[in-house]
Design a protein around this ligand. Structure first.
Ligand SMILES: [Fe+2]
Length: 277
C-alpha cells in the first residue's frame, strides 16, 4: 500500500512549492511511529538530538528546555509527557526511519522534482506533544511536510514576506540559527489555519512562518524536510548580505527576487573556499 494517498498528489501539485496544501497519508498505523518504537528511537539517537521543552509557552522566550531531569524516552514509552513537548531530531540517521522517509519522498517525487528539482539535505523530526502544546510563531528555512499520526493539531501559516518575516530575520537564521518570530495579534487575520487529524499531512512552503497548537489528546507528528538547489543558493546569498553591505553593495532580498541568486551563492562559496568569507 502507498504511504501517501495517490489522489493527494494532484492536490499537492496544484500548490507546490508556493502554497500550503493538505494531503492524506496512511502512516497512522505505521509501527515505527508508535510510542514503543519512538521511545527506542529516543534512546538510539545521540542525546543532543532529543529535546524536551515547555509545552505551554506563549512566546519564543518561554519555549525553553525543561530541566527537571525526566527521561524523554521513558515519557514517550508511557504515551507521551503530560506537560512537555518532545522533539526527536535527525531520525533520518536511524536506518529504519531513513528507509521510511525515502519511501515517502519517492512517492512525492513526481510532484517535487519537476517543480524544485531533486531533494537535498533530507531531515526527519518527530514531535511528541502534550495536550495543548503551543509551538510559538517561528519559521524554518526548509520545505516541510508534517504528517499527523496521533491526536490533532491546529497549524497556522503566514506568507514568508513582511510583516510576518523580514529580511533581517531571514539573515539572522542563516547567520545565527535564530528562527523565533514576534507574534502580532493582527497577524491572525492573515494566517491560514489548517486543522490536522490523524491521516492528514500539511505541506508548509519554504520559510512560511507558522504557529502550532496541539489539541486535547497527546499528539504525534512526523515532519520530513528538505532543501533544493535554489534554496541552498538562497541560504548562501543571505549569508553574503552583511559582507555586501560593508562594501556598499545591494543585499539579496528573497521577497523581492524574481529568481534564485545563483551568482551571489557562487561568490559566497568561492569566498569560503579560498578563505576570505
Ligand atoms: Fe516549525
Amino acid at each position: 500500500m502507498s504511504l501517501v494517498d495517490p489522489a493527494s498528489l494532484s492536490l499537492l501539485a496544484d500548490s507546490y512549492p508556493h502554497r500550503a496544501a493538505m494531503i492524506r497519508h496512511h502512516l497512522a498505523a505505521e509501527p515505527l511511529l508508535g510510542h514503543a518504537a519512538l521511545a527506542a528511537a529516543a534512546r538510539d539517537l545521540p542525546s543532543g538530538k532529543v529535546e524536551r521543552r515547555v509545552h505551554n509557552a506563549t512566546d519564543g522566550a518561554g519555549f525553553r528546555h525543561r530541566a527537571d531531569g525526566r527521561d524523554p524516552a521513558a515519557a514517550i514509552a508511557e504515551g507521551g509527557d503530560a506537560a512537555a513537548w518532545i522533539m526527536l531530531r535527525g531520525i533520518e540517521q536511524l536506518s529504519d526511519y531513513s528507509a521510511l522517509i525515502e519511501r515517502l519522498l519517492a512517492e512525492l517525487a513526481p510532484v517535487i522534482v519537476p517543480a524544485t528539482g531533486p531533494v537535498r539535505d533530507i531531515k526527519g523530526f518527530v514531535f511528541v506533544s502534550a495536550p495543548g502544546t503551543h509551538t510559538p510563531f517561528h519559521f524554518d528555512a526548509e520545505y516541510n511536510i508534517l504528517f499527523q499520526i496521533a491526536g490533532t493539531k491546529l497549524f497556522a501559516t503566514c506568507p514568508p514576506v513582511p510583516p510576518f518575516l523580514d529580511l533581517g530575520q531571514r539573515e539572522a537564521y542563516h547567520l545565527a540559527g535564530e528562527n523565533m518570530l514576534a507574534w502580532q495579534p493582527d497577524f491572525a487575520q492573515a494566517e491560514q489555519q489548517h486543522q490536522l487529524t490523524p491521516g492528514d499531512a500539511l505541506f508548509v512552503p519554504f520559510a512560511a512562518p507558522h504557529r502550532v497548537l496541539a489539541g486535547d489528546a497527546p499528539s504525534v507528528s512526523l515532519s520530513v524536510t528538505w532543501q533544493s538547489r535554489a534554496s541552498r543558493a538562497e541560504a548562501d546569498a543571505l549569508a553574503l548580505n552583511p559582507v555586501l553591505r560593508r562594501w556598499g553593495l545591494p543585499a539579496h532580498d528573497p521577497a523581492a527576487a524574481t529568481g534564485a541568486p545563483w551568482l551571489r551563492a557562487a561568490v559566497r562559496r568561492l569566498g569560503q573556499r579560498i578563505g576570505v568569507l
